[in-house]
Design a protein around this ligand. Sequence first.
Ligand SMILES: [Zn+2]
Length: 463
Amino acid sequence: MGIDAGFDMVPRLSKGVVDKHNWDQFISSIKQHYRDDPQVETKPNYILFKAGERPKLPFEGHKFLRFSSKVSGAKAAATRAQSYIDTVTRVARVHFGSRVQCWNDGADRYGTYDWGEVNESIESYEQPESHTSIASFLTGSDPIKELGIPVFEIKTIPGKGRGLIARFNISKGTRILCEEPLITTRPMPPSELELFLAARLKALPRVSQRQYLSLHNNYPGKYPFANTFKTNALPCGAGSIVGGVYPTICLINHSCIPNSHNSWDSNAKHETIYAIRPIKAGEEITIPYDKGGTSATRLAFLKEAFGFDCTCRGCSRPPSDLQASDARRLRIQSLDDAIGDPYRMQSRPRQSLRDCRSLLQALEEEYDGCAGALGARLYYDAFQVSIAHGDQARAGVFAERAYRARVVCEGEGSPETQRARALARRPADHNSFGLCSMKWKSTRGMVPEGLDTAQFERWLFRE
Ligand SMILES: [Zn+2]
């Protein structure tokens, strides 16, 4: 006997390219997550979890109905099975949202599918199907090449030059693009930079040279290479003085309410773009170029630095909405400053946590519930306030939330995501553990159970 638990995919995934893409992303997150776990084995057609009833994840998502196992019984094995169920469910949620339906026989919540169809689906994992029909249906061209079909296309957008347009509906947390830089460099005087870039460009393959030279240059005239760099470079990591230029990523246009997040992976040495909110087919993919502030501040900055008048949906709101947005942006700035004040975190930590909660609400409102990396940063701030006063229970929850937000905007494998994940498990490993005081001392296990959402949030933010 024993209790069965797991999740069903409802409705099941189609053979379409979007579902396939999302499933591939999910499978690669799982592989990455368990790369050092010998109990999780990659077979030719599926991933096998060697615990409990040895659940599997097929590489063909349309075959998948259920991931489950018995989670009671012999202790160590059951605990391991439970941990696989929990983690796989959590990662699946990031990729498929409410399509992931959890159930647990012990709590009288049952799955959608009957065991007959589930077992049939699992048996079908063994026989891979050809993808030919799907891919050629979409493009009418070489199916092998099209298996890696990008989710966007490059188009000319009136008044904006080139940009990236979603070919399909893209779900939140999808990796849209990953690119290595054509060139990276530190800041230098323009004449020196021009010579440096000329030498570097000369050493690049011709296709890369053409890609570089086709990028927009906002400052025509003297120093064409340096000014193209200045127009397009993205910092290699938040606050880094090293910038990188990319063939496709540099075509992504700006929005003050972006739908995507760009980040530098310092281990892999590449830049990734992830969807931080659902993007509809035909919608433009956007990232933020601005440094925050009110609409007037942003407009002035974008005009000065990039030479355009922002007409994004954030800036073209009706006047009363724009006024409300400006007020929120000012509030976001002042809360952010207050939270970053170390003296305040030390002497009035409860107030710092309250500011974190207010900032969270302001961000949710301003960014329609998809604050991306700003949300991840905020949860990390709340983590720091808690751990500096010895509170591992709350710090663990905040790190867990920071981790989930990072997965959405940078994927499972990014160093920042992995760092948040490690802190969620062992908050006390952070070097500011107990740095200010131990007045909030708690262990990681002291997270209360049985609270409803509102009660839990009040506990979490010490209200
Ligand atoms: Zn704007």
